[in-house]
Design a protein. Structure first.
Length: 389
């Protein structure tokens, strides 16, 4: 399993944990420690073996310098894997992300070609069909990548259809395997207790946006809509919780100040531990996902596990899980009036909140867990190797 820069630590960790329990799978995890949560893999009883893993242990490095060091370490680890494969090649190399291809650097492509020349089957997980902020610029690059892989894994039929229709991929090479819940609740606590620990008043209606801040995730859209909530719903509070690029964090701070929302918007623009994420989700009344686009969303799948009412953008990937008026409220991205109306309804109508959350919880009980996801992934490997699953 190759996630050498640990881009998706919780996805890689949960999948590998489940795969490692299968007797037919002999697994090696190529990943460095996730420097923001160093015990992530340890909690899942995994021992990654990337080669060098020094930068993740260096605390306090400026972000630009960390990136330079991590890139250098990453290239050394790629070279190390190439030597290891020459001695003992795997049957399957399952790739989660290829971060350098976005910068036009060919090293990962060279490595994959080398692995394939040894007879290694290449499986690539399509977390995003195209990069969200620069998709057209990279379309031809991803077209070549998708044609190169022996097997592709995507998380829903919408992504599968795009791979077939936009990139000409053979449907027989695509496995649709669901995305699992990343951070399931691990402690029994109450909303009141969580709020007390977070310093959030018991009488406010708390709306939570949580994730890694990226332009496509709609925080600017959300804040513009929140102006209407702040003006007419004094007991409502919005919490924006997560980290991201420094420039984007500063933009969010400036927008909150410019819109005069400081009294009703709580900004937690930092890395938040797993335990604290649980507290925020437990404390919330409503979860909001105002994305401009999405292939899949680990944040949404995590949020669903907390039994809260959800407002989300009307996107094909979301509509495979969420149904407007049945188990969530869906709005058109960019329509600030529609988002404000949906938020106001959930803030002021507790019966609606409970009803939507209850029906979503009923639907979630039928979704596969990581053991089933691992079984389906193992079947994908077996099919490529033409052995009984």
């Amino acid at each position: 399993m190759m996630d050498l820069l640990t881009i998706v630590p919780y996805y890689t960790g949960h999948l590998c944990e489940a795969l490692d329990s299968r007797p037919e799978i002999q697994l090696e995890v190529g990943a460095i420690r996730y420097y923001l949560d160093p015990e992530c893999f340890t909690r899942m009883a995994l021992r990654p073996s990337p080669g060098l893993d020094i930068v993740s242990r260096m605390r306090g490095l400026p972000r630009p310098l960390r990136r330079v060091f991590k890139t250098a370490e990453y290239l050394v680890n790629l070279l190390g894997l190439a030597f290891r494969f020459a001695v003992h090649k795997p049957d399957v190399l399952h790739v989660q992300f290829l971060p350098l291809v976005l910068f036009g650097l060919p090293f990962e492509v060279w490595f994959l070609r080398y692995a394939k020349s040894l007879g290694v089957k290449i499986v690539y997980t399509v977390h995003n069909v195209l990069p969200h902020e620069s998709f057209e610029r990279h379309r031809s690059l991803y077209s070549r990548l998708y044609a190169f892989a022996d097997g592709l894994i995507c998380h829903d039929v919408t992504a599968q259809q795009r791979l077939v229709e936009e990139f000409g991929c053979d449907a027989s090479r695509i496995s649709v395997i669901p995305h699992g819940q990343l951070l399931a609740p691990s402690q029994q606590t109450t909303q009141a207790a969580a709020r007390q620990r977070l310093g959030i008043a018991q009488d406010v209606r708390l709306v939570l946006w949580q994730g890694i801040l990226r332009p496509y995730k709609g925080v600017e859209f959300l804040l513009k809509s929140w102006c209407q909530i702040a003006a007419g719903t004094p007991d409502a509070r919005l919490a924006i919780v997560g980290t991201g690029e420094d420039a984007l964090l500063e933009e969010v701070r400036n927008q909150v100040e410019a819109l005069e929302l400081s009294s009703s918007v709580q900004l937690e623009l930092r890395f938040v531990s797993v335990a604290e994420l649980e507290e925020f989700h437990t404390a919330a009344d409503v979860l909001v996902y105002p994305y401009a686009e999405a292939t899949t969303s680990g944040a949404l799948l995590t949020g669903i596990g907390y039994g809260k009412a959800i407002v989300a953008s009307r996107l094909p990937a979301f509509e495979e899980i969420l149904r407007d008026g049945d188990n969530a409220l869906l709005v058109n991205y960019g329509d600030t009036d529609e988002l404000a109306k949906a938020l106001r309804r959930l803030i002021t109508e507790p019966d609606l909140r409970r009803g939507l959350a209850s029906r979503l919880e009923q639907n979630r009980q039928h979704e596969p867990g990581w053991d089933v996801i691992a079984q389906q992934t193992a079947a994908c490997y077996a099919e490529l190797l033409e052995v009984p699953a």
